[in-house]
Design a protein around this ligand. Structure first.
Ligand code: PMP
Length: 444
């Protein structure tokens, strides 16, 4: 599986990838006629085209050309027990025969809500959505309704989904909205205070990923989160933890790990057991602004909210994810990050590895700003910055393609996550392939 990357392949990794994936190439060509850029999701496109998946089982995904990949991405961190886990398949199969979705609640949504509330004591009440995007959109709207303030503060390079407040500065989002969003420096409390000085009374909420995901898998320091907690309380702002990714770091999510309690939390990814999901929750007094029995309640519709398949799969996955399983994943993650960091240093390669628990990101070239090569708000201004971003993108692309050819799936930007079917041998195999790929990407 970990085919060595020889000298010739360094020259033509794109050709090697093409040679292995003719059927994907055909499908992509067909897709470009009906889907813009051949794609329906910005984050899964990769040059020259992505591998089209036929099926997944456990830690492995197989593409339409029959190539198997060990999946170190897990649908961007949302699969934590692997593909088609037998318990989840059994639960979903049983449920699917009972009807798909109804204009009425089911008992299932109560069960998943109770389980989430049990794991995250800051969540007394929760609402389900169909994506993390909807979760942050509603959490921020709720924060504005609660405080009567309009400004949202978030961290530079953060990703909170694709609704307008989360994508200011990008085409199609009114400039006027940009005036309501303030960018803050991450892990820098003095910088936060400076950025908001004089405007504290306008800010409804600070939204923060306790582990910045798209920006390069950078954990907050516990001290920083504690300072944010104190600062937001002092100024009447709400503190929102976006744990769409970060919840997978432990049984109590990042808030449990760091010991800091937010006012509102947004969730997604793993809580749907592989199916479309999002959720936002917090203290009863806050969340009950959505209580339809109250006059002037916030409207939170959604044809597929709390859909029975997602609720069933979500509950099944949380039952599987015991404290021991989180611990095992975290130690595999440490093995991966330590192995890579040691190998990169031994080879004298200009790269570093970030992450925590089951999450990692390989940054190639210290000068590279991983945040700006990710999708979303670029902020890149001058030509030198743009050139640096282009070079970093090219390195990340070669790294990604080399790993694909070696039989490993990661995010095109160098990010990945572990799933419970993986073993130490899988991690060691990945480390060896990633070191080869990094050497290739940095030399070319
Ligand atoms: N918040 C964070 C921290 C995320 O990483 C993501 C997705 N990667 C989102 C929100 C949006 O979630 P979704 O893609 O389900 O809309």
């Amino acid at each position: 599986m970990t085919a060595p990357v020889d000298q010739a392949s360094r020259l033509d990794i794109v050709e090697r990838y093409r040679a292995r994936t003719p059927r994907s190439a055909e499908l992509f060509e067909r897709a470009t006629r009906v889907l813009p850029g051949g794609s329906t999701r910005t984050t899964v496109f990769t040059e020259p085209y992505p591998p089209y998946v036929a099926w997944g089982a456990g830690k492995t995904v197989t593409d339409v050309d029959g190539n198997a990949y060990i999946d170190f991405l897990g649908n961007y961190t949302s699969l934590i027990v692997g593909h088609a886990h037998p318990d989840i398949v059994a639960a979903v199969e049983a449920r699917i025969r009972l009807g798909s979705a109804f204009a009425a609640p089911t008992e299932l949504e109560i069960g998943l809500a109770e389980e989430i509330s049990r794991r995250l004591p800051s969540i007394e009440r929760v609402r389900f959505t169909n994506s993390g995007t909807e979760a942050t959109m509603f959490a921020l709207r709720l924060a504005r309704a609660q405080t009567g303030r309009d400004v949202i503060a978030q961290f530079a390079g953060a990703y909170h989904g694709t609704h307008d407040m989360a994508m200011t500065g990008t085409p199609g989002v009114p400039d006027a909205l940009g005036e309501l969003v303030v960018d803050l420096p991450f892990n820098d409390m003095a910088g936060v205070e400076r950025a908001l000085a004089g405007r504290e009374g306008e800010v409804a909420a600070i939204i923060v990923e306790p582990i910045q995901g798209v920006a390069g898998m950078i954990p907050a320091t516990p001290g920083f989160l504690r300072e944010l907690r104190e600062y937001t309380s002092r100024h009447g702002m709400l503190l929102v933890f976006d744990e769409v990714i970060a919840f997978r770091v432990g049984p109590g999510g990042a808030q449990g790990m760091f010991g800091v309690s937010p006012d509102l939390t947004t969730l997604g990814k793993i809580i749907g057991g592989g199916y479309p999901v999002g959720a936002f929750g917090g203290r009863a007094e806050l969340m009950d602004r959505i209580d339809a029995r109250r006059p002037g309640a916030l409207v939170h519709g959604g044809t597929f909210n709390g859909n029975p398949i997602t609720m069933t799969a979500g509950l099944a996955v949380l039952r599987l994810m015991t404290g021991d399983e989180f611990d095992r994943l975290a130690s595999l993650g440490a093995r991966l990050r330590d192995g890579l960091a040691e190998g990169l240093a031994a080879a004298g390669l200009d790269a570093r590895v970030t992450g925590i628990a089951s999450l990692f990101h390989v940054h190639l070239g210290r000068a590279a700003d991983s945040a700006s090569i990710a999708i979303g708000r670029s902020g890149a201004g001058d030509r030198a910055a743009l050139a640096a971003v282009a070079a970093a993108k090219a390195r990340a692309h070669r790294f990604h393609l080399s790993l694909l050819v070696a039989g490993y799936l990661t995010a095109p930007r160098g990010m990945g996550a572990l799933m419970t079917p993986m073993s130490e041998a899988d991690v060691d195999g990945f480390v060896a392939a990633a070191l080869e790929a990094a050497g290739d990407a940095l030399e070319s």
